[in-house]
Design a protein around this ligand. Sequence first.
Ligand code: SF4
Ligand code: F3S
Length: 104
Amino acid sequence: PYVVTENCIKCKYMDCVEVCPVDCFYEGENMLVIHPDECIDCGVCEPECPAEAIKPDTETGLESWLELNANFAKSWPNVTTKRDALPDAKEWDGKPGKLELLSP
Ligand code: SF4
Ligand code: F3S
């Protein structure tokens, strides 16, 4: 599957939800995740993310992000409609250390 990684946090641009053919994005307060069992690996969301936060899990070092996506996809609500990005998305885009700011 594809996974949402750190740079989504506090940006949440939401362009990804609009293109997913199987509606497998789940929404937290300041991040989205992909349900790994529902993602069909089509790859169309990856280039749509302005924050370049979406990656295929075949990339190295993404094990913990895959686990985080799987865990939150169980409790967060499904999201299928794009809304506005978070207000300070531009300022947070690319900032390091955002994992500790993730709202569970
Ligand atoms: Fe949806 Fe395809 Fe992205 Fe998976 S890779 S989350 S199926 S758009
Ligand atoms: Fe996040 Fe990118 Fe989607 S910032 S909400 S993964 S478009």
